[in-house]
Design a protein around this ligand. Structure first.
Ligand code: UN1
Length: 499
C-alpha cells in the first residue's frame, strides 16, 4: 500500500493532509507524506476553556458510565487495529508487529480502565472519636494535558486518556511534531466511540498540534491541573518545575538508561533472546530499551560472542516487510547522534561491533543502521547518557554488589533486570539495596512491560507513574471525610474548647 492508501484506510484524507505548515515525513524513506495545519497558539485559551466546561459535565457522570466510553474506545480500536498499526509503521517506522503491538497496548489499557471505572475505591478509616466515621473519596481533578513522544505515538496517549476519562478528567493531547498523523487517526477512532456513547460533553478529548508554544500554554495554565509528559529529561526538567510552580500535578516519564545484569548461573540462551529483543527492538527507540549489559566476567566473552553472532543475522530494512526486525531510526539527526556516541565510546576506550550506517537493501532516504555493541572498559560518560538508538554498552563485573552499583550509577532510573537462576541474587536485586529503578525484572528484559503494572521510574526519569496498578490516583484528587453521626462534638486529640 502506498502512503495515501494507508492514511485513507485510517480515515485521513484530502484537506486535512495538505495546505498546512507542519511537514510530516515517513522515516521509512524520508518522503513528505502530509503538510498539516497547526493549532494557533492564540486558540489555546479557548481550547482549555472548552476542556474546563467539559469537566463540569463529565465529573458528574457516574464513573461506570464514563467507563462505557472507554469500553467503546476499546471496541473501536479492536476494529481499527490493522489500519492504525499501519499508520504507526508509516509515521514512526516501527516494524509491522510492533505497530500492531502498540495498538494492542491501547486495547489492553482500555480493558483495564473499564474495570477500574467500577473500582475507584477509597478507604474507610477508624475514627478516634465516638459516633464518627472517616473515609477517603477520590474525585475527578480537571483537564489533563497529555504530551507524547514519537516512539510510542499512540499507546502512551491511551494509557493517560483511558485512565483520565474514567477518573472524570477531560484530555488535551499534544503529540510529538514528528507523529501528528497517528494522533489524528486515533482521534477519528475516539470520535466514533464518542458518537456511539451519545452524551459526552463537547471538548472532552481534544487534539492540539504544534510546537513549544502549544506545549507551554498547557504547561502554564492553572486550568490544566494535570500535565502528563513523556520525552527527554531536558524537556521534563523544564515542564516539571513549571507545573509544580503553579501547584499543578506533573506526571513525568523521561529518559531511561536500562541495564541487564547477567549472572554466572543465568540461562545464557534465554538471556541472548531477551537482550536482542530489548536492545534492538523498535531500533533501540523505547524508553525501556536495554542500553547497558553488565555481565559477570566469567561469562562476558562468551555472551558477547553469541550476541555479535546474533546481531550479524538481524534483518535491517523496510519495516513493512514481514521479515524485517530492525526498522529505521526516526530521522537523520538521530542517526548522526548514534554515530557521534559510537565515536565517543571508542575515544573512551570502547570496542565497537556493528553500528554502521546501512545504505544497501533498504529504502533510500531513511536512516537505517546496524545495531551496535560497544564493549566498554568502565561506565563512562557516554554510557551514562541516553542515546535513543540501538547501542548496547557491555561492561564486566565480579561481585553482585559491584554489578548493582554499576546498574544504579546513572542519572536515570526507569527499567532494569537480572538474569540469574540463583534465588539469593534475584531477591537481592529486587530488595531495598538492589535496583533503584521503577521497574526491576528477573529473567526477562527491561522493555515490553504489560499495562497492568505502574509504568515509570525514579531520578531523572521523573518519578511519574502511568498505566496500571494504582497509577489512576495521579489523575484524581483525594478527599478525607470525617462524618459525625453522634449528638456530641468531641474534638480530636482530646482538645477541650468549652464556652
Ligand atoms: C516508552 O518507550 O515510552 O515497556 C513506553 C515498554 C512499552 C512501553 C514503552 N510497553 O517497552
Amino acid at each position: 500500500m502506498n502512503h495515501e492508501d494507508i492514511l485513507k484506510a485510517a480515515g485521513l484524507t484530502g484537506g486535512e493532509l495538505s495546505g498546512g505548515t507542519l511537514a510530516v515525513h515517513s522515516p521509512i524513506d524520508g518522503a513528505e507524506i502530509a503538510r498539516i495545519r497547526e493549532t494557533d497558539p492564540s486558540d489555546m485559551p479557548a481550547i482549555i476553556a472548552k476542556a474546563q466546561d467539559a469537566f463540569k459535565a463529565w465529573r458528574q457522570m457516574p464513573a461506570p458510565r464514563r467507563g462505557e466510553l472507554v469500553r467503546l474506545l476499546g471496541e473501536e480500536l479492536r476494529a481499527a487495529k490493522a489500519e492504525l498499526g499501519a499508520v504507526v509503521t508509516l509515521e514512526a517506522g516501527k516494524i509491522t508487529s510492533e505497530g500492531l503491538g502498540e495498538v494492542q497496548e491501547m486495547i489492553d489499557i482500555c480493558d483495564f480502565a473499564v474495570g477500574l471505572s467500577r473500582q475507584i475505591y477509597g478507604l474507610t478509616i477508624a475514627s478516634e472519636r465516638p459516633g464518627h466515621r472517616m473515609m477517603e473519596t477520590w474525585h475527578p481533578m480537571g483537564p489533563c494535558a497529555v504530551i507524547t513522544a514519537f516512539n510510542f505515538p499512540v499507546a502512551v496517549w491511551s494509557w493517560n486518556t483511558a485512565l483520565a476519562l474514567v477518573c472524570g478528567d477531560p484530555v488535551i493531547w499534544k503529540p510529538s511534531e514528528k507523529t501528528p498523523l497517528t494522533a489524528m487517526a486515533s482521534m477519528k477512532i475516539m470520535e466514533r466511540a464518542l458518537k456511539r456513547f451519545g452524551d459526552a460533553p463537547e471538548g472532552l478529548v481534544q487534539l492540539v498540534i504544534g510546537g513549544p508554544a502549544i506545549g507551554e500554554a498547557l504547561v502554564n495554565s492553572k486550568d490544566v491541573p494535570i500535565v502528563s509528559a513523556t520525552g527527554s529529561t531536558r524537556m521534563g526538567s523544564i515542564v516539571g518545575p513549571k507545573v509544580a510552580g503553579r501547584f499543578g500535578k506533573p506526571i513525568l516519564e523521561l529518559g531511561g538508561n536500562n541495564a541487564m545484569i547477567v549472572a554466572p548461573s543465568a540461562d545464557i540462551d534465554m538471556a541472548v533472546r531477551a537482550i536482542v529483543f530489548s536492545a534492538v527492538g523498535t531500533a533501540g527507540q523505547r524508553c525501556t530499551t536495554l542500553r547497558r549489559l553488565i555481565a559477570h566476567n566469567s561469562i562476558k566473552d562468551d555472551l558477547v560472542a553469541k550476541l555479535t553472532k546474533a546481531y550479524a543475522s538481524l534483518p535491517v530494512g523496510d519495516p513493512r516487510k514481514s521479515t524485517t526486525l530492525v526498522g529505521p531510526l526516526i530521522d537523520h539527526a538521530s542517526r548522526d547522534r548514534m554515530q557521534a556516541a559510537l565515536e565517543k565510546a571508542k575515544a573512551e576506550g570502547g570496542t565497537v561491533h556493528g553500528g554502521k550506517v546501512v545504505a544497501e537493501g533498504v529504502p533510500q532516504g531513511g536512516a537505517y543502521v546496524e545495531p551496535a555493541i560497544a564493549e566498554m572498559p568502565k561506565q563512562t560518560d557516554t554510557v551514562r547518557t541516553e542515546t535513543f538508538a540501538p547501542i548496547l554498552y557491555v561492561m564486566g563485573y565480579d561481585t553482585l554488589e559491584e554489578a548493582i552499583a554499576i546498574q544504579n550509577d546513572v542519572p536515570q532510573g526507569l527499567s532494569s533486570c537480572i538474569f540469574t537462576l540463583n534465588m539469593r541474587e534475584a531477591e537481592a536485586f529486587l530488595s531495598a539495596a538492589g535496583s533503584d529503578c521503577g521497574i526491576a525484572n528477573v529473567n526477562i528484559g527491561p522493555s515490553g512491560a504489560e499495562i497492568g503494572g505502574a509504568f515509570g521510574g525514579e531520578k531523572e526519569t521523573g518519578g511519574g507513574r502511568e498505566s496500571g496498578s494504582d497509577a489512576w490516583k495521579g489523575y484524581m484528587r483525594r478527599q478525607t471525610n470525617t462524618i459525625n453521626y453522634s449528638a456530641q462534638l468531641p474534638l480530636a486529640q482530646g482538645v477541650k474548647f468549652d464556652f
